[in-house]
Design a protein. Structure first.
Length: 138
């Protein structure tokens, strides 16, 4: 009888600990403490308020997910997405992009054209399976 009581207390303790861990993970995710480096992870509500979603080709989460669902092949490649942005949006003739800082879901590119450093840095981030331009600095 004493053995059954100990076993029951042990199982209740383990179950309680698991419950606390699961709830804690849920709270951490909801307040945005998960890192951007989680491959393809969407930004938290806090990150959206502070940093926004993206600037191109879509600038809201809803439009981005919808656009990604119907995406063309260039959206799945950071280099091609950055090149298309530099040509179509920045209107740089013959841009050459060089990765300055590359991670699995984030890339910063420096841009040159005709051998001239244009001083622009384009930052792309991967959400879901598509790449988005999240900022540009000059």
């Amino acid at each position: 009888m004493l053995k059954k009581a100990r076993k029951r207390r042990w199982m209740i303790s383990v179950g309680g600990l698991l419950g606390v861990l699961i709830i804690g993970a849920g709270i951490a995710a909801s307040v945005g403490t998960l890192p951007w480096s989680v491959e393809g992870a969407l930004p938290s509500q806090r990150q959206l308020r502070e940093e926004g979603f993206a600037v191109w080709p879509q600038d809201t989460v809803e439009e981005g997910l919808e656009g990604c669902a119907d995406a063309e092949g260039w959206r799945f490649d950071a280099d091609e997405t950055a090149d298309r942005y530099a040509r179509d949006e920045l209107r740089y003739p013959e841009p050459h992009l060089r990765p300055v800082d590359r991670e699995s879901s984030s890339v910063h590119y420096g841009i040159t054209s005709d051998g001239v450093d244009l001083g622009s840095i384009v930052h792309l981030r991967k959400y879901d399976r598509c790449w988005f331009v999240v900022s540009v600095s000059a």
